[in-house]
Design a binder for this molecule. Structure first.
Ligand SMILES: NC(=O)c1ccc[n+]([C@@H]2O[C@H](COP(=O)([O-])OP(=O)(O)OC[C@H]3O[C@@H](n4cnc5c(N)ncnc54)[C@H](OP(=O)(O)O)[C@@H]3O)[C@@H](O)[C@H]2O)c1
Length: 293
């Protein structure tokens, strides 16, 4: 069986390739990226590599040839319209290549949204996949715990972690998402399923601020701000418009409760419980290991 990982050079892609290799499928893996030779997977075995670019359908056709299963990892592209086009190109190339089972990494709370909302391309990609692929699985990810660590570091200077209202988020580590995706790629019985990959606990604003303070060693409080104030402060900080739109989209989805979902899907798919946010932060910083659960 040939299993393609499209977006293999990124952090999630590398983690999925490593999981597949750890599960004994390294010889089946085809690592696809725009920069196939740039990554040393460091797995002690050769991984087949192919060039593939979501913006180059002809190259995708050769990248996906002969694959039995394929996971499509979204690019980090934020310009409106581009990621939607990339999802459609990747799915169409996989269908044309006759890939038997397509797995799409999508986002929590995906629903009909218009650009530039960050969810819009996921909606378009999911719908196209469901309508056209003979066998598909969607794995929707919660917000990365690693990205929360970045948010905490950025919040430390201002002393506040902001939200559009109080809300809860069930942060998920990248490795746990990778393990869940690998479980789908190597497993059976996942056709037509939409999984929600989440961490084990949902944190409200005050809990997040307390964790961010322990992680950074600096005082941080949670503060609710209106959307126009958040946008103005992002503009004032010199954040480019596309990134500001992404941050506001995510914050409005947080506020709507779209990330306040805890499921057993990671454990069901990977065979292991997802790591707690405290444990991940402890491995990265100042939170004492004894405080991690
Ligand atoms: N839920 C969350 O908290 C959260 C946070 C951050 C990101 N995300 C999403 O999750 C995705 C994966 O995360 P990550 O940490 O692995 O991101 P990452 O390390 O930035 O990896 C992004 C991947 O996209 C590939 N890529 C970019 N443009 C491409 C193109 N035109 N054609 C083909 N591949 C292209 C890159 O490969 P090459 O440049 O080598 O081609 C790379 O492999 C991100 O792209 C983003 O959509 C989610």
């Amino acid at each position: 069986m040939k299993i393609g990982v499209s977006g293999a050079s990124g952090k999630l892609g590398q983690a999925i390739v490593a999981q597949l290799a750890a599960m004994g499928a390294g010889e089946d893996v085809v690592a696809i990226s725009r920069t196939p030779d740039a990554v040393a997977f460091g797995l002690g075995q050769d991984i087949e590599r192919r060039a593939g670019d979501y913006d180059d359908p002809a190259l995708l056709a050769s990248a996906y040839a002969g694959l039995d299963r394929l996971v499509i990892i979204p690019s980090a592209e934020m310009r409106p319209g581009i990621r939607s086009r990339q999802f459609l190109a990747a799915i169409d190339a996989a269908l044309a290549a006759g890939v038997g089972h397509i797995v799409l990494v999508s986002a929590m709370g995906t629903r009909k949204q218009e650009e530039p909302h960050i969810i819009a391309p996921y909606w378009i990609g999911e719908q196209h996949l469901m309508r056209n692929a003979p066998a598909w699985t969607i794995v929707r990810m919660n917000y990365y715990a690693e990205s929360f660590a970045d948010d905490a570091r950025m919040a430390a200077d201002a002393g506040v972690l902001v939200g559009l209202r109080d809300n809860r988020v069930a942060y998920l580590s990248r490795d746990d998402l990778a393990a869940a995706v690998a479980g789908v790629l190597l497993g059976e019985g996942h056709e037509g399923a939409i999984y929600s990959a989440t961490g084990p606990k949902s944190f409200d604003g005050a809990e997040r601020a307390a964790l961010a303070a322990r992680f950074t060693g600096r005082p941080i409080d949670f503060m609710v701000v209106p959307e126009d104030q958040l946008r103005a402060s992002l503009t004032q900080a010199g954040i480019p418009e596309e990134l500001a739109n992404a941050i506001i989209s995510i914050q409005s989805d947080y506020a709507a409760g779209n990330y306040d979902i805890v499921t057993g899907d990671v454990e069901r798919l990977s065979g292991r419980p997802p790591r707690s946010l405290e444990s991940l932060l402890a491995s990265m910083g100042r939170i004492e290991a004894g405080e991690a659960r």
